[in-house]
Ligand binder design. Structure first.
Ligand SMILES: [Zn+2]
Length: 423
C-alpha cells in the first residue's frame, strides 16, 4: 500500500512535498516523492490523503490508560491532595473488568489523539492488556503504590508475580515492561529501594512521579505540610515519622538508587537547580505534563533550566483524570509558552525541537527509536494524517505547534492499518 499526501514530514529527514510512503507488512519500505514511488511500484494500491500532512505517530511520555474512566476528576480545578484523595476513592469501586474497559478507552482516546506509542503506568495490569489488544507499542510500567511496613513483603512478591505473568503478553506483543513506584510520598524507603533493586536486577526501566507539588518537597524535606497530613492517615512513612529527610525528593530518591538513566520522572515541577544538575549527571529524563499541572494548580516545570542545563525531557499528557484534552500538540504549545515566560530564547527551543520531542526524541528516551518515532525505511508504519486544507504554513514545524490540535488529525495508522478515522 502507498499512502500519499501533499506533505510528508519524516522528522529525521527533510519534508517531502507531494510525498509518498510505501508500506508492506506493517513496515515502511520507502519514503519519497509521490511521482517516483508510484512509478516504481505501478501495481501497488494507493491511498491519497490529498491536502494533508503525514507525520509519525506521537509518542506520549507519561500516561495512565486505566484512569480513562476518571474524567469527572478533571471537571473542575482542585487542590492536589483533594484530587489524589478522589483518585484513591474512585479506584476502590473498580473491578478487573472496569479497569480493562477504562484502559481500552484510554488506548482508543490516545489513538484518536494521534498517539501511537505511550509510556503508560498500570496498577491493575489493564494498561498492558489494552495496549496488547490494540497492537500499540508501549512501555508499560507496573505500578507500586501505598506501601508501608505492613504490606511490604506481599507487595514485593506481588510485583515479581505481576512481572512474571505480564512477560508473555509483552513478548507476544509490541509492549515492554517497566516498574513504577508511584512517588516518594506513597511508598516507604524500603519499598522504594526494593523497586530500584528489582528494576536493576531485571534490567527494567523505571518511572516515578517526582517533585510534582511544593507539598511533596515539604513532606520529603521536613515531614510536614498538607500532603504529609493527608498521607499520614493512610500510610506510616519513615520520612514523616522522622520529621523529614532534609533532602529534596530527587536527592532522597537518589539515595535509594532510583535516579539513573533508566528513569523517566513525571512532572518535575519543583526540581531545584541542584536536582536538575543531579538528574542530568545521572542520565535521568523528565516527562513534563503542563495541562495536568495547570488543572491541579501545582505550578510550572522549570523548562528554562532543563534547556539550559541540558536535562533530557519530553512531554506527557498524564491521564484524562487531570487532562481532559489529551492533546500532545496543545501540551507542546504550553511547554513553549512556559519556556518563553521563563525568559527562554526561541532559538534554543525551536518548533522543530518540540515536534521532535513528540516523536523521535520521546522514542529515544523510551528506547523505541529503532522501531518508531520517524518515517524511515524499516520502521513501523505508525503515522498520522493531518488535514491542512484550511490553514497552511511555510514552516511545517511552526504550523504544527501554532495551528494544529488533535481535531485536525483525520487518520491514525498503526502498523500500516488505519485504526482511527475522524469522520
Ligand atoms: Zn501520572
Amino acid at each position: 500500500m502507498i499512502y500519499t499526501a501533499d506533505l510528508v514530514l519524516p522528522i529525521t529527514g527533510s519534508p517531502v512535498e507531494h510525498g509518498a510512503i510505501l508500506v508492506k507488512d506493517g513496515r515502511i519500505i520507502t519514503v519519497g516523492e509521490r511521482a517516483s514511488v508510484l512509478r516504481k511500484n505501478p501495481r501497488e494500491e494507493f491511498l491519497d490523503f490529498g491536502d494533508a500532512l503525514l507525520m509519525p505517530g506521537l509518542v506520549n511520555l507519561h500516561g495512565h490508560f486505566e484512569c480513562a474512566a476518571f474524567d469527572f476528576l478533571a471537571s473542575e480545578p482542585t487542590s492536589f491532595s483533594q484530587w489524589l484523595g478522589g483518585i484513591i476513592q474512585a479506584g476502590r469501586g473498580m473491578e478487573r473488568d472496569d479497569w480493562l474497559r477504562a484502559a481500552r478507552k484510554g488506548v482508543a482516546d490516545s489513538l484518536a489523539a494521534g498517539i501511537t506509542c505511550s509510556a503508560d503506568i498500570t496498577r491493575s495490569g489493564a494498561g498492558l492488556q489494552a495496549a496488547y489488544e490494540a497492537g500499540m507499542p508501549a512501555l508499560i510500567y507496573l505500578e507500586v503504590v501505598a506501601v508501608d511496613a505492613s504490606n511490604l513483603m506481599e507487595t514485593v512478591v506481588d510485583l515479581l508475580e505481576r512481572l512474571k505473568s505480564s512477560e508473555p503478553v509483552a513478548q507476544a506483543g509490541v509492549q515492554r515492561l517497566g516498574v513504577s513506584p508511584h512517588s516518594a510520598y506513597t511508598l516507604t524507603e524500603a519499598a522504594l529501594k526494593a523497586c530500584a533493586d528489582i528494576a536493576r536486577q531485571y534490567t527494567l526501566p523505571l518511572s516515578i512521579h517526582l517533585a510534582e507539588t511544593a507539598d511533596e518537597v515539604e513532606l520529603v524535606r521536613g515531614g510536614s505540610g498538607a500532603l504529609a497530613r493527608a498521607i499520614s492517615d493512610r500510610l506510616a512513612l519513615e520520612v514523616i515519622a522522622a520529621g523529614g529527610s532534609g533532602s529534596t525528593p530527587a536527592e532522597f530518591l537518589d539515595g535509594l538508587g532510583l535516579i539513573n538513566s533508566a528513569l523517566i520522572a513525571a512532572h518535575g515541577v519543583w526540581l531545584s537547580e541542584d536536582d536538575i544538575i543531579l538528574m542530568r549527571q545521572k542520565g535521568a529524563a523528565v516527562a513534563v505534563c503542563p495541562t495536568s499541572n495547570e488543572l491541579l494548580n501545582v505550578g510550572e516545570a522549570p523548562i528554562g533550566s532543563f534547556v539550559e542545563r541540558g536535562l533530557s525531557f519530553g512531554i506527557g499528557t498524564d491521564s484524562i483524570a487531570s487532562n481532559p484534552t489529551l492533546d500532545l500538540f496543545v501540551e507542546a504549545g504550553k511547554v513553549r509558552a512556559i519556556y518563553k515566560k521563563q525568559g527562554g530564547a526561541r532559538s534554543k527551543l525551536r518548533s522543530q525541537m518540540l515536534v521532535e520531542k513528540l516523536t523521535i526524541e520521546a522514542a529515544r528516551i523510551l528506547g523505541f527509536d529503532d522501531d518508531l518515532g520517524s518515517i524511515e525505511a524499516g520502521k513501523r508504519a505508525d503515522f498520522i494524517a493531518i488535514d491542512t486544507s484550511a490553514k497552511r504554513h511555510a514552516n511545517p514545524y511552526d504550523y504544527l505547534l501554532e495551528s494544529v490540535t488533535k481535531a485536525d488529525i483525520t487518520h491514525t495508522i498503526l502498523g500500516g492499518e488505519i485504526v482511527y478515522e475522524n469522520r
